[in-house]
Every structure is written in C-alpha cells, then in structure tokens.
Design a protein around this ligand. Structure first.
Ligand code: AMP
Length: 501
C-alpha cells in the first residue's frame, strides 16, 4: 500500500467561546501544510446524556470546502475547546476516509481525540506487536498507533498513560490531543516538527477567561488574534486546562532525550510560511539569510562590461524571500543583479507533488507557471528556487524561460542538493528518483540535464551558517535529506511504503 505521508498542519484551542470557528480559521492559515483533507473535533457537555461528548466534522478536500456549510459551527461543533488537522496531499491517500484526522476514540478514561504531524519511524515494529495481540485497526496511518498505545497502557492516570505511550515512539510527532477536560500539546524529543503556544487575551482583561491555542505555525495565531507565547519545547508535553489557566501556569512534562534536538531544516527552506515564527524565529528572516549566503556560495554570473545586469527571478512563491536576500547580497558583493518578476504562478493548481506519474507532473508545472516575456527576452536570466528534488519543476521552468527568449539561463538553489529521503514526515521521493543521485552528485551533469548554462547550490555549511546567524537558539537541526546523517536511526532497508500498510 502506498505510504501516507503525515506532513500536516495542526491547531488546537482551549477556553474559546467560538472554538470550532477559530480552529477553522487556524486550519485555513495552515492550508499550505496539507490539502488532502481537513477535520475538527470539539468537546462539549451533552445535557441530555449528562456527559461530555466530542462532535467531529471531517472530510476530503480543502478547509473551505470541508466546512462550507456554516451551520456546522452553530449546531454541531459546539464547546469551548477542540483540535483540528490538515493532511498533506498525496495521490491515493484520499481514497481511505478512515485516515482523515483528527482521530477520535472512546475508552475507559472518556473521549480522546488526536491530531498528529510527523512520521513515526518505529511504526512498523509497534504495529506488528499490536497485530500479534489481535488489535484491530481502523486506518492505515501510523497516528492510530498512538491511540492504541494510550488505551492499552497499564498506568493509572490518563496523563501517565499518554506519556507512557509517546515514550515508546521514535521519529517525528507534534501532537494536539483533546481529552474531556484538557488540551494536550506535545513535541517529540527531537523537535522535528514545529508547534507553538499562543494566547488570546480575554476582552475584559480577566486572565481566567483567556483562550489558549497551539498551532504548527504562528501564521495561524495571527488569523485568530492570538499572540505567540513560546514554542512547545522539544520533548515537552503541556497540559492546557482551566486549572492551569486559573493558576497562571500549565503542567509541563519532559520526555527523555535520547538523540538530541534536530528540528527539520526543510521547514525553514520550503514548508513553512515566511510570515510564521517556527523554532523560535521568523521564517522570513531565516530564508532571507539563506538567500544572502547563496550569493556567497553561487553568485550571479559576471557579464561583459557595458552589458545589462543579469535579471534574477524567483520561482514563486516558496523562493521569493530567499531571492530578495540573494539579490541584495549579490549587489553588495559587486555582482550587479536586477530583481524582476518573470514567472507568474497560478494559485489555483495546488502543489506539484500531488500528481502521480512524471508526465502529468510536467503538465502540472506548465499549468502552474507562466513566463513574462518582456522581462526575460534577450537577457541573462538567473532563476532562484528553494530546492531541487526530482528536478521536474526546474527543468520545465528552464525550458519555458528559454522559450521566452532568455539569452542565457542560470539556476541557483537556496538549499543544498537533496540526496536522501526523509523518514520523519517530509514528502520526498525515493533515493533513486532524486536528481542529485541520478547524476552521482555531479553538478555539471545535473546542469546539462536541466538545460542551464550554470547551476549553483547553497552549500551544507553555508546553510547551517545562515540558519544559525538568523536563529541563535542552542537547538540543532536535522539536515538528513542533504547530509544522509539521520538523527534517529532509520531502517534504510525498509522502503517508506512498508512503514505503512
Ligand atoms: P522537483 O520538481 O521534484 O525538483 O521539486 C522541487 C520543487 O518542489 C521546488 O520548487 C520546491 O519548491 C517544491 N518542493 C520541495 N520539496 C517539496 C515537498 N516535500 N513537497 C512538495 N513540494 C516540494
């Protein structure tokens, strides 16, 4: 079975009058993290049944589509706390509606809902041990294993069951868990995926009436009027409930640290939005620094004296910020460069990766971008993109820029060559499909295949330097996709597809 990649967006809120609507807005802001499906679960006291219940609404598609009927907020998703989830878009995964999160179960401690971002790298072993015991599964997602681990824990208190369960996991898991009385936020000890804590001050200034929220990225906070408080720390589990709000501090637990902190550097390169703060720093700032460093590692080509400066264009939108840093630094380095908008992106196509098969992926690139001939014709053009994975996007775009009349086409990448798959949640293809591996890392051969006059990447050292100069936190990063150095052991012999079933 094809793997379902858990590259997602999560949002949770506690003590908010219109909780479901705020989650809806939070998920909408996090739409870039997952377009395949969306869902919200809230917690509410059911008068007729005399107990807490958790209504759920979820389905395939974008947030705006799944929640297009506004009555769902007034009639179904009631209550002042809840969690929501956006799932990343991959072909095939949408077929199984059982995989749409949040997952919801009823067990001896009441109701429990879970939203997960990340990939559990020991999922196969855990699943096999459950299968041996005859456990029945409803989905094919590794996230469901967390629920079984919680339900089957022999600890007495619910919070201990949860810490017991997550202590058995390896890999990437940022979680929002909703119980009958709390919202629990948790990041794996490596801190692979981001998760931040926010607060919506009450209108009357009474802290007991403040709402608290957690989200994958802070752009979700901006839309719901929340202020960023801090990150959920790697390995930290925070219990958000009324007691904690009244006390002015939340219970916080620390999971054992085995492998050190290794936050995903690709979140800064590509995945997160520039207007978000993740891992304690604005993505815009980090990306700009990467662009500046790229100017040192691979500046624009020199042109004969008297010729117009090379035109530098970004591949929108993910490389816009890095390109700004690149151009300003090139100028500082005495390499004249002119920033232009030479590629226009159609925003209604979706992410290129979702189309199955190489040919249709190429068609999608074509339908997603168009060139501005007047900007490119007869000019030396330098294209900047945030990353090259398979090379499909770059190759197609280079062809289009040439067709628009560029005299020379040079390509610059604001990250190093991707050489190894991700086992912690990033949607990368297999080892063999990566452009750099197809050419044994030979940049000239890659340039030839792409059809460019020159190709230049950000160096691994340059990337680390850029991130550190923008974010001086002591936490380290995972750069396994560039360095092949995996911070949590992975079974390289197991294909990613086998990790799911
Ligand atoms: P490729 O065409 O395979 O080389 O893909 C590279 C392009 O896809 C770049 O323009 C990136 O902005 C974007 N990209 C990089 N990583 C991912 C990812 N994990 N999922 C979707 N798109 C990505």
């Amino acid at each position: 079975m094809r793997q379902i990649r858990e590259y997602c967006g999560i949002f949770g809120i506690y003590n908010a009058r219109d909780a479901a609507h705020k989650i809806y807005m939070g998920l909408h802001a996090l739409q870039h993290r997952g377009q395949e499906s969306a869902g919200i679960v809230t917690s509410v006291f059911d008068e007729t049944r005399g107990k807490k219940v958790m209504p759920v609404h979820k389905g395939p598609g974008l947030v705006l589509d799944v929640f297009k009927d506004p009555t769902v907020f007034d009639t179904k998703l009631l209550g002042s706390s809840g969690i929501g989830h956006n799932r990343y878009s991959t072909s095939g995964a949408a077929d199984n509606l059982a995989n749409i999160q949040p997952f919801l179960v009823h067990y001896r401690d009441g109701n429990l809902a879970l939203a997960h971002n990340g990939n559990i790298s020991n999922a196969r072993e855990i699943r096999h041990s459950f299968i041996e015991r005859g456990t029945l599964f409803q989905s094919t997602a590794d996230s469901e294993l967390i629920l079984h681990l919680i339900a089957q824990s022999t600890r007495r208190k619910q919070i201990d069951k949860i810490t017991d369960a997550v202590s058995q996991l390896e890999g990437a898991f940022s979680l929002a868990i909703l119980t009958d009385d709390s919202l629990i936020a948790l990041r794996d000890p490596n801190g692979f995926r981001p998760l931040a804590l926010g607060r919506i001050p009450s209108a009357n200034g009474n802290p007991s009436e403040d709402a608290w929220c957690v989200g994958s990225e802070t752009c979700a906070f901006d839309l719901v009027g929340a202020e960023y408080v801090r990150d959920v720390e790697p390995g930290e589990l925070i219990v958000i409930n009324q007691e904690g709000i009244d006390r002015g501090s939340f219970e916080s637990y620390q999971l054992a640290q085995n492998n050190g902190v290794s936050q995903c550097i690709f979140e800064y390169i590509y995945f997160s939005r520039p207007d978000s703060k993740i891992f304690g720093e604005m993505v815009d700032k980090v990306r700009r620094k990467m662009g500046k460093q790229l100017a040192h590692d691979a500046p624009v080509p020199e042109v004969p004296e008297g010729d117009p400066a090379p035109v530098v264009i970004a591949v929108p939108d993910s490389s816009n910020t890095a390109t700004l840093g690149y151009v300003s630094e090139c100028k500082k380095l005495d390499r004249p460069a002119k920033y232009e908008i030479g590629l226009i992106r159609n925003h209604y196509v979706g992410r290129t990766f979702i189309s199955p098969g190489q040919q249709s992926r190429e068609q999608r690139v074509r339908s997603k971008f168009n060139t501005v001939e007047g900007v490119l014709k007869d000019r030396v053009v330098v294209m900047v993109d945030d990353s090259i994975v398979r090379g499909t996007t770059a190759r197609q775009l280079i062809k289009m820029v040439r067709q628009a009349g560029a005299k020379e086409v040079h390509f610059r990448v604001a990250s190093p060559p991707v050489v190894s798959p991700c086992f912690y949640g990033m949607d990368f293809p297999s080892h063999e499909e990566l452009l750099a591996n197809q050419h044994n890392g030979d940049v000239d051969a890659m340039a030839k295949w792409l059809g460019v006059d020159s190709l230049g990447y950000l160096k691994v050292d340059g990337m680390t330097k850029a991130v550190k100069s923008a974010n001086d936190s002591e936490h380290g990063y995972c750069d396994a996709c560039f360095s092949r150095s995996y911070p949590v052991p992975v079974d390289m012999g197991v294909s990613k597809d086998e990790n799911e079933w």
